[in-house]
Ligand binder design. Structure first.
Ligand code: SAM
Length: 221
């Protein structure tokens, strides 16, 4: 089977967004990509388990997760070659190159077996990437297909409990980076989970600033 092709247009757009931003990305985003650490803490892969991140960016989440779960192996893909340069360097600096594998691919259409030599993972997660992916619904199905266990997704919510002026300001800021919070994200993931016969847990964080959705995890008590 031939490898799915990258969308040159979107890959080029992401490279242009991150060519310079990648150098200050981790420092600046820690103040507004909220909920990522909580999502990582909930991954809890099994002993010697495997974890895949779609849209891994600078590798920040993979490094934190690899430190937190030292017995697991991690995989990350991203469409931006620029982001992957930073990710590779950060992972090497952290001494984790033997536990974190990276590849350039489109999260809406990828062949995990061709990229990583394995088709299934114990955990798949997507952090603040659906809001940048055209056809993001296909990334949700790809994540569900690739995961033999749970799928964890965190991204901007609809800021439903926050003042209108804040929402407007945030949306304007995000649009400059080609980021669009997905209004139907929770409903779409729930529908896909239902169709796959899996449970789905939705949590609104910080008054809707961010949404965290877990598919196929343990049911809340
Ligand atoms: C806001 S960053 C999030 C990075 C990282 N997940 C985090 O939480 O810090 C979004 C990432 O998604 C990547 N991305 C956008 N569209 C993509 C696609 N179709 N396939 C794979 N990665 C994509 C971008 O290149 C970028 O690295």
């Amino acid at each position: 089977m031939s490898a799915p092709e990258l969308s040159a247009g979107h890959s080029g757009l992401m490279d242009s967004v991150y060519r310079h931003q990648r150098h200050i990305y981790d420092l600046t985003r820690k103040y507004y990509l909220l909920g990522r650490d909580r999502m990582i803490s909930e991954l809890a892969p099994p002993m010697s388990g495997t974890v895949l991140e779609l849209g891994c960016g600078t590798g920040r989440n993979l490094i934190l997760a690899a430190r937190r779960f030292p017995n697991a192996h991690f995989y990350g893909l991203d469409i931006s070659a620029e982001m992957l340069v930073t990710a590779r360097a950060s992972i090497a600096r952290a001494g984790l190159s033997d536990r974190i594998s990276l590849a350039q691919a489109d999260a809406t259409s990828f062949d995990a077996a061709a990229l990583f030599g394995r088709g299934g993972f114990d955990r798949v997660f997507v952090s603040y990437a659906l809001s940048m992916i055209p056809g993001w619904e296909r990334s949700v199905s790809a994540a569900l297909t690739a995961s033999a266990g749970s799928v964890h997704i965190v991204d901007f919510g609809q800021q439903e409990g926050l003042p209108g002026w804040f929402r407007k300001l945030l949306r304007g800021w995000l649009a400059r980076f080609h980021v669009t919070p997905r209004e139907t994200m929770a409903a779409e993931i729930a529908a896909q989970a239902r169709a796959a016969g899996k449970s789905c847990r939705f949590t609104s964080l910080y008054r809707g600033y961010a949404w965290l959705v877990v598919v196929g995890g343990p049911k809340p008590i």
